[in-house]
Design a protein. Structure first.
Length: 314
């Protein structure tokens, strides 16, 4: 048996959470086309006959404007620093042709900055994954890009994939397997994650906000669980926190139509995870500056140590 922990690390929106779901063969993590979808590290455990890999999906590293953003980056760097292997993920936009550039391949400057902050290869081996190859018309750009990337860091392997189309995902698992050492599994074989149900309730409600709203609203929302009553049909009351009155009005919608739509879609997603019926009711509240207030951040589940594996908080 081989066992190891693996951080999924990289810029926002490159497909880290999509990849996690692909290896788990389950839509555990929330995914969206907006940047900064993932806000904290999420464990997802893949158990096979001869190996167990504990993946940590992390928030996309970005230039933070709030305390929440700083904590998100911190969670990503902590994961990359503490796991056995790092998957550095980028996507084909990083190797796309850029107007006005003279050199054939110009690596993404943000990628270069992040690669420069990876732990030394001798200490933590890293696998480079280029995602979204389904979008790349000119596949001839891939090889020179891989050559350039290999020059900036001693990656143990470089794998082009399409997480969305489940193309190359198994090869990534193979490359990770080759880097793991023999040892007992870290989790019981039926473990999927270490997060409690309440975490996924919050996430799946937030996911529907990302789907149903635009502009500043998706990023202004955090979700808290007010009560969770077990029973034949569990009864969940949750609050969506926004920063401003205008955002509250958008979320509620015309005579409550928007919040109802969000609640119904979130309920379907939660029911699919739990395999049972639930009742959920959503409220909207203005909590100004929740993204910068340490106490409120902690209450909303975004405490400073939230990203560290094994430190559950609910
Ligand atoms: N075409 C294509 N799109 C993809 C692929 N993988 C992910 N995407 C899309 O890219 C967007 C971002 O995906 P996520 O998995 O949320 O990206 P992430 O890296 O987790 O983003 P953050 O959580 O914000 O850091 C979504 O719209 C996905 O559907 C892929 O292989 N091909
Ligand atoms: Mg994500």
């Amino acid at each position: 048996m081989r066992f190891g922990t693996v951080a999924l690390f990289g810029r926002s929106n490159v497909g880290k959470s999509t990849f996690l779901n692909a290896v788990l063969e389950q839509d555990l993590a929330i995914v969206s086309s907006l940047p900064q979808t993932t806000r904290d590290a999420l464990l997802g455990v893949v158990t096979r006959k001869d190996a167990q890999i504990a993946f940590l999906d992390t928030p996309g590293v970005h230039r933070p404007k709030t305390e929440l953003g700083r904590r998100m980056n911190h969670a990503a760097f902590e994961a990359a620093r503490t796991t056995d292997v790092v998957v550095f993920m980028t996507d084909v936009t990083a190797v796309a042709r850029r107007p006005g550039k003279t050199r054939e391949i110009e690596l993404d400057p943000e990628d270069l900055r992040l690669i420069g902050q990876l732990p030394p290869a001798k200490q933590t081996p890293a696998v480079l994954v280029i995602n979204k190859i389904d979008l790349l018309r000119d596949k001839g750009r891939l090889l020179p890009a891989l050559v350039e990337l290999q020059k900036v860091h001693d990656f143990a392997a470089l794998v082009p994939i399409s997480a969305l189309q489940d193309d190359g995902v198994e090869r990534v698992l193979g490359e990770i397997y080759a880097l793991l050492s023999e040892g007992p599994a870290g989790y019981p074989s039926d473990t999927l994650t270490d997060r409690p149900t309440s975490y996924f309730v919050r996430e799946y409600v937030r996911e529907q906000v990302l789907v149903a709203t635009q502009g500043e609203v998706p990023h202004a929302v955090a979700v808290s669980i007010d009560s969770y009553e077990e029973g034949k049909i569990p009864r969940i009351l949750a609050t969506l926190h926004v920063e401003k009155e205008g955002q509250r009005r958008i979320l509620v919608g015309n005579s409550g139509s928007k919040i109802k739509e969000i609640g119904m879609a979130a309920r379907a997603r939660i029911e699919a995870l739990l395999g049972r019926q639930i009742y959920i009711e959503l409220f909207v509240r203005i909590s100004p500056r929740w993204k910068d207030a340490p106490r409120q951040l902690a209450e909303l589940g975004y405490s400073q140590d939230a990203g560290e594996p094994g430190k559950e908080r609910e």
